[in-house]
Structure formats: C-alpha cells, structure tokens
Design a protein around this ligand. Sequence first.
Ligand SMILES: NC(=O)c1ccc[n+]([C@@H]2O[C@H](COP(=O)([O-])OP(=O)(O)OC[C@H]3O[C@@H](n4cnc5c(N)ncnc54)[C@H](O)[C@@H]3O)[C@@H](O)[C@H]2O)c1
Length: 259
Amino acid sequence: MTRGTEELRRLFDLDGKVAAVTGAGSGIGSAIAHGLAAFGARVVVSDVDSKAAEATVAALPADRAAAVRCDVTRGEDLDALVETAVRRFGRLDVLVNNAGVSAIAPAESTPRNVIDRMIDVNLKGTIFGCQSAARHFIERGGGGSILNLASIAGVVADPGSAPYAAAKGGVVQLTRTLAVEWGRHRIRVNAIGPNYTRTPLVRSTLADPEKLAWIESRTPLGRIGEPDDMIGAAVFLASDASAYVTGHVLMVDGGWSVW
Ligand SMILES: NC(=O)c1ccc[n+]([C@@H]2O[C@H](COP(=O)([O-])OP(=O)(O)OC[C@H]3O[C@@H](n4cnc5c(N)ncnc54)[C@H](O)[C@@H]3O)[C@@H](O)[C@H]2O)c1
C-alpha cells in the first residue's frame, strides 16, 4: 500500500474537476449532473432545450453550475460547450455524452427521417462530443475522462428499436476504439449501459402495465432503473477511482444483459 487512508478516501472526490454533461435538462443527464456536483465537480449543464438546462442548474449551487444550449448534432455546439467550460470554470476534465433520443417501430417500416435522427443524435452527437473534448485534452495535456451513454440495446438485441440499437452498438465500439487511440494522451473513454430507466425517454413503454411487468420479470434485480442508479457509475468513471479503467462499458442494468 503506497497511499494513506485519507488519500484513498478521496479517490471518488471530484473537487477541482470541471465536467460538462449533454442532454442534462432531463432524466439520467440531470441525475448525473447532480451526482458529479455532489462529489465536488463544477458542472456545465447543457441541453438542446435551454429552459430544461436552466431548470437543472437552478437546483444546483449557483457558483458550481452553468447552463448552456447545445445541440449535439452540431459539432460546433460541442466545441462551444468545451469553450464555455474553459471560460466559466477555467478547464474541462470530464465530458458526459448523454443526450439521446429513442424510437420504437418495426425495423422494416421505420421512416428514414427517424433513422437519421437516431444516428445523428445518439451516434454522431457522441462522436462530435468525443472529438471536441479530446482536442481540448490533447492541447492542454494531462488527460481527461469521457463518459458515453450506451444502453442494454447496445450489447444485446432490442427488437422494435433497430436504429437506436445500432446507434448504441456504435457507441460501444466508439468507446473501445477511442480508448485505444487516445490512451497515450491519458484520455480515458468509458461508457455506462442502463436498462429501462424511469425517464421521459421511455415514459410510454413504462406506462403500459404489461410491458412494465415483463421488463421487471426479465430483470434479475426485479425492477427498472431510476436515474439516480446511474450516479455511482458516473462518479466512479469520472473520478480518479477509475484511473486505470478505459474502454469499459459498465452495465447498470439490474443484470438484464447477463442472460
Ligand atoms: N431511460 C432509459 O430507459 C435509457 C436506457 C438506456 C440508455 N438510455 C440513454 O441515456 C441517455 C439519457 O436518456 P434519458 O432517459 O435521460 O432521456 P430523457 O429524454 O429524459 O433526456 C434526454 C435529454 O436529451 C436532450 N436532447 C435530445 N436531443 C438532443 C440534442 N440533439 N442535443 C442535445 N440534447 C438533446 C433532451 O432535450 C433531453 O433533455 C440517452 O443517451 C439514452 O439513450 C436511457
């Protein structure tokens, strides 16, 4: 053991770190922003819906959070998000690529514009975010942590949402590939894989009692996820506690994907 107890207890501490979270006006992104702030980070809360981003910030300490509009389908918005973090808080250490949209439809009849949207927001938006953060981390030196939101749909089949599943599978491979490509810059790239989680994204699915009962029975831990369930994984992957973890997809899914 080379470190003392006090130092070890600070492994999950995010004091002094600056994080940016996309799609943080709702659901999982809002919970992750709160969690990172609770562990000491200053957080740039972004969303395509600026009012939603402002509402998340309103519930955080005023000196530790800033709201900014960012549409992840526009690469220049992600560059601006990084610039906002640097201008407002002096640096960026953690980017959470969380913004996402879903659609349920038979694969053979999913409209082409819906397919475009699934890929544009969920996959291309994540690639753009990774690029913007990495350019900053490489230029500054000293590394950084990128956290992507994957899904159970990215690692096991998810009938009824093929373009979404394809995009999330892409996020998984993006995470692994960038971890290898950017490891020499000490940039860690990891992902979280949630199960069905109680947010507006899946409200209509969860409102159907039969579907909800099936999801609960299919999940070894017997319940759907709550946004707060993602906080522990996010804090771990953002913090020095995961200093030697990269290219990993941490499933926070109550065991859904293991069978
Ligand atoms: N809820 C689930 O069951 C579940 C399961 C697996 C993975 N996920 C993933 O978790 C992430 C968060 O989802 P959630 O459930 O909190 O959804 P949500 O709908 O509650 O929140 C998503 C947020 O993203 C924002 N957004 C949409 N398009 C955007 C864009 N182009 N640019 C920026 N922001 C945009 C929305 O305004 C919204 O605030 C997504 O990547 C989603 O795919 C969710």
